[in-house]
Design a binder for this molecule. Structure first.
Ligand code: AMP
Length: 240
């Protein structure tokens, strides 16, 4: 258990830009939330932001919905504009964790340009290199994780009916809300999402590998072990 001084210290760690990669169901959202809790930097999940637009029936939500319902990627220009707006907010000044972005090489190139020359708060301003962490999970585990995934519409906490069930069936442990299943976690849409991942996003993994920015971790281990390794990668070289 971390003591108060350690926790206070982690709130001043200059985290910089962190990308969590991996196929749908690898645990990016869960790990991003744990990193956010540890360092106090925001989790930026493009999937969550898009789902919020769909729910509120915004112009972007209306354009994105048909792609999302089919398990296909939303066009790059729409997603990049949305990410630019989010990254410009003040809570990103010490760093942020991107979860689900970039998903195409064009998005990765856009992000490199966006980050060019960007400085992050660190008792003054500092250039902090991008850290890319890919969570590896086997195909069979992914299918089970996606089929069992439930989430709380109020606080965003993620459960799994097989591995991490709520204390009371179908209800969030934190706020008692009725847990929901994502519309795109049904079987046909899952296979389309995995296909999109292989075709569009695996080249992004190779893009970062070629630049020497990629770290891979084994996501089949207990959640705590995966988090500990991710935190180690983030802090290695990024500590004050
Ligand atoms: P996720 O919650 O990350 O699995 O994303 C759900 C859906 O949102 C995806 O299947 C895509 O339709 C869309 N989406 C999320 N992030 C992106 C992105 N970076 N580029 C394009 N589409 C995205």
């Amino acid at each position: 258990m971390a003591d108060a001084a350690t926790i206070a210290n982690t709130m001043t760690v200059a985290v910089g830009p962190v990308i969590l990669m991996g196929p749908p169901g690898a645990g990016k959202g869960t790990q991003a939330k744990r990193i956010m809790a540890r360092y106090g930097v925001p989790q930026i999940s493009t999937g969550d932001i898009l789902r919020e637009h769909v729910r509120k029936v915004t112009e972007l939500g209306c354009k994105a919905r048909s792609y999302m319902d089919r398990g296909q990627l939303v066009p790059d220009d729409l997603v990049c504009d949305m990410v630019a707006e989010r990254l410009s907010r003040p809570d990103c000044k010490r760093g942020f964790v991107l979860d689900g972005f970039p998903r195409t090489v064009a998005q990765a190139e856009w992000l490199d340009q966006y980050l060019e020359g960007k400085l992050f708060e660190n008792n003054g301003l500092k250039r902090i290199p991008l850290v890319v962490i890919k969570i590896n999970v086997s195909y069979n585990s992914l299918l089970r994780r996606l089929a069992g995934r439930r989430s709380c519409p109020t606080c965003g906490r993620i459960y799994n009916v097989y591995f991490q069930p709520p204390r009371v069936a179908d209800l969030c442990d934190v706020d008692g809300s009725l847990l929901t299943t994502r519309r795109d976690d049904c079987e046909e849409v899952v296979s389309e999402r995995l296909k999109e991942y292989e075709q569009e996003t695996l080249p992004v993994v190779e893009y970062y590998r070629a630049k020497g920015q990629l770290h891979e971790i084994d996501g089949e281990r207990p959640m705590e072990a995966v988090t500990a390794e991710a935190l180690g990668i983030i802090e290695n070289g990024n500590r004050l």
